[in-house]
Design a protein. Sequence first.
Length: 100
Amino acid sequence: CALQGRVGGAWLRLSACAHYRLMGTGARLALSSGGDAGASDAGAREALSRALHHADAETLLRAQLATAAEAQACGFAEAVEGDVEAQALRLAGWLAAQPA
């Protein structure tokens, strides 16, 4: 999963399901809802609690708008890349070349 820009709501929940997450250097995780009180917050909390250790999920949730570096430090992002799309394509190519 390659994340760029501001990632929140359904995109955050979907990315939490990925086995390997790459984030661009400028990417941010939007962990609180701006307008729909509660809905996005609950979804983000549930997604992160399933993907991460409890303490790491809580650290990110407190940030509300977490940087890529913060996400990597908590284990949400495996890598932070300047050209995340190119790195994701290289990873996809490598995975496709692996024996079944």
